[in-house]
Write a protein that binds this ligand. Structure first.
Ligand code: 3PG
Length: 395
């Protein structure tokens, strides 16, 4: 599929779907502007070449009605600071006022449409709504990797009505995942963690058929330990997923994939700062205690193993890293990846947060801006937003 680099945009009205779904703090300010920064290359590229840039995005999950604190004006302000250029925030994303604002644009101008999810038609992928958005522009650019797993109007509907191309962020994200999944330099390892096996089943099933080594951490290790018959204390075991876990283990065995569970774990009476903690063998978790992190022995082993591979993909923290007492396992894995001379891909969501918190994001080959979209790619499934581009007309 063509990217913005391959088309002439001078004087054209270009509708860019970005993912400005940023976390907000309690005061309603932007808590982390990573996604805004990640969109800058495409926006700059278009402006410098004389396009009239019409940006659009969702923010959070308003249900088809206006929510004042979810107006995109705050994103426009941040964009304007970062680009050192005015970015005009409109009060709606369709309608006569939007149309006249677009008609008044000069080459190189930037406007940002209002939160798309103030209209329920966005999530419903309503065709007249998509057509009205498309009617604002000459060309459509999808740069919203983080939203491309959603078959919403601005993602899959608009490219049915406009010539469409890939933005620079979307291109970078998709090629990072495709490269490691299709042509990894070996040995290839996956580190999978997080709270629940059920969130990662499709990812586990896909990576097991591609990797040489699979390291499991996080709360979900409890379900793996339980499937091997160990006591897991008060940790959450997904009893309805034990068969899935056994299937994954059997698959690993059949394919010669080394699947390593933490040998020791940090357990706590409660998953709270200041709660009593202990380090215990993963095969002997005492009654009443909950897995909060991988233990130091496991962190040593994981680091050693990761020192011997050429490619790593990591999704899911090793423990409750938001609480300092339970952050060490995640920090050690992040450090092992940072030291690796090879390809390291961080699979989005809380794993990206963790790597940033430890100040190690710049040491990685690729740090994904997607949550669900990254999981979809790691599960080996197509993104509806990318498929829509494939089906669309090219400028
Ligand atoms: C995300 O944050 O993963 C994307 O922006 C998609 O948001 P959604 O899960 O509300 O569709």
């Amino acid at each position: 599929k063509k990217t913005v680099r391959e088309i002439d945009v001078q004087g054209k009205r270009v509708l860019v779907r970005a993912d400005f779904n940023v976390p907000l703090d309690e005061e309603g300010a932007i808590a982390d502007d990573t996604r805004i920064r990640a969109s800058l290359p495409t926006i700059r590229y278009l402006c410098e070449r004389g396009a009239r840039v019409i940006l659009c995005s969702h923010l959070d999950r308003p249900k088809g009605e206006i929510v004042e604190r979810l107006r995109l004006a705050l994103v426009a302000n941040r964009l304007s600071e970062l680009l050192d250029q005015p970015v005009v925030a409109l009060r709606d994303c369709i309608g006569p006022e939007v149309e006249s604002a677009v008609a008044a644009m000069n080459d190189g101008d930037i406007i940002l449409l209002e939160n798309l999810r103030f209209h329920s038609e966005e999530r419903a992928d309503d065709s007249p709504f998509a057509e009205r958005l498309a009617g604002l522009a000459d060309v459509y650019v999808n740069d919203a990797f983080g939203a491309s797993h959603r078959a919403h109007a601005s993602v899959v509907g608009v490219p049915q009505h406009l010539p469409a191309v890939t933005g620079l962020l979307l291109e970078r994200e998709v090629s990072a995942f495709t490269r490691i999944l299709e042509k990894p330099e070996r040995p290839f390892a996956a580190v999978i963690g997080g709270a629940k096996v059920s969130d990662k089943l499709e990812v586990l099933d896909n990576v097991i058929s591609r990797v040489n080594l699979l390291l499991i951490g996080g709360g979900m290790a409890a379900t793996f330990l339980a499937s091997r018959g160990y006591q897991t204390g008060a940790s959450r075991v997904e009893t309805d997923r034990l068969d899935d876990v056994r299937r994954i283990e059997a698959n690993a065995g059949r394919r010669g994939v080394r699947l390593i569970l933490p040998r020791d774990v940090v357990v706590a009476e409660r998953l709270e700062a200041g709660a009593p903690t202990r380090v215990v063998s993963a095969t002997e978790i005492p009654d009443g205690w909950i897995i909060a992190d991988i233990g130091p022995g496991a962190a040593d082993e994981f680091s050693r193993e990761l020192g011997n591979v050429r490619t790593v993909v990591w999704n899911g923290p090793m423990g409750v890293f938001e609480i300092p007492e339970f952050a060490e396992g995640t920090r050690r894995v992040a450090a092992a990846l940072a030291n690796l001379r090879g390809t390291t891909v961080i699979g989005g969501g809380s794993t990206t947060d963790a790597v940033q918190r430890f100040g190690l994001a710049d040491e990685m080959t690729h740090v994904s801006t997607g949550g669900g979209a990254a999981l979809t790619m790691l599960a080996g499934k197509a993104l509806p937003g990318v498929e829509a581009l494939d089906d669309a007309e090219t400028p």
